[in-house]
Design a binder for this molecule. Structure first.
Ligand code: UTP
Length: 224
């Protein structure tokens, strides 16, 4: 299968978690061994948000704030890449074309952000669109998608599966803001919906959930 794995910076990088990163490396090795091709997109997490905050205090504009966050996400992607060694290309991929090309050659590619004004969710969706991915898995800090924000509503209910059409009403549309934390951003949803690319949102603190999602087991929330 062609898989895009979007790992939340809120999961592996808030703060940077070497043990969890090690578990993801193991998951990637397993997926590659099983014959899958995987494009991994990681976000910048709290480190990126800290930089955005400092950039704001220095009165840098949104594009500059975003560029700093992108740089951080690429450093985190590089950490994965170094640990993957021979299994992966030699550098973090910084274009959609590069992702498609390297995926064919190396079977695993590592990416962070691409350009200001978007999130790594949108990057993952764009890659998924380009490589005609069978599945996009997003590892988040929640068990999946809820009918309302579980951080502010104790009675929020986790949804096992839903249609793209319903997703848009569940996740309120939001304007892009540097550092915004969402379970899946609206731009990504638009692309994935248009291409009908299956998405599974899982708890990213349990990397084995990714393997379960690829096997088609019931885990997290399936959007189709
Ligand atoms: P994300 O919000 O996508 O990363 O990017 P994350 O840390 O993985 O977030 P969670 O875990 O899903 O919450 C962080 C910020 O980096 C900038 C944006 O400001 C974004 O909010 N960014 C990222 C870009 O400007 N362009 C990109 O292509 C990616």
């Amino acid at each position: 299968m062609q898989i895009v794995l979007r790992i939340g910076g809120s999961v592996v990088a808030s703060p940077l978690n070497p043990e969890l990163i090690g578990q993801y490396i193991h998951v990637l090795q397993t997926l590659k061994r099983q014959g899958h091709e995987i494009a991994v997109v990681v976000g910048g997490g709290s480190l990126a948000r800290e930089l955005i905050k400092v950039a704001k205090e220095l009165k840098l504009d949104e594009a500059d704030q975003d560029e700093l966050a992108i740089a951080i996400s690429r450093v985190i992607a590089q950490l994965f890449l170094k640990k993957l060694g021979r299994l992966c290309g030699r550098s973090v991929v910084t274009t959609i074309e590069g992702a498609s090309e390297w995926l064919r050659k190396r079977k695993i590619v590592m990416m962070g952000g691409l350009k200001p004004g978007m999130t790594t969710d949108a990057v993952a969706a764009m890659v998924a669109e380009r490589v005609k991915a069978d599945l996009l898995v997003k590892g988040t800090d929640q068990e999946g998608i809820y009918n309302k924000d579980p951080r502010s509503h104790r009675d929020a209910i986790k949804l096992d599966c839903l249609k793209f059409e319903d997703l848009q009403s569940v996740l309120a549309e939001n304007q892009h803001k540097a550092g915004l934390h969402q379970i899946l951003d609206p731009e990504a949803i638009r692309i994935l919906k248009r291409r009908r690319i299956r998405v599974v949102v899982v708890n990213g603190f349990k990397p084995k959930n990714v393997l379960a999602a690829v096997r088609g087991e019931r885990v997290g929330t399936l959007v189709s």
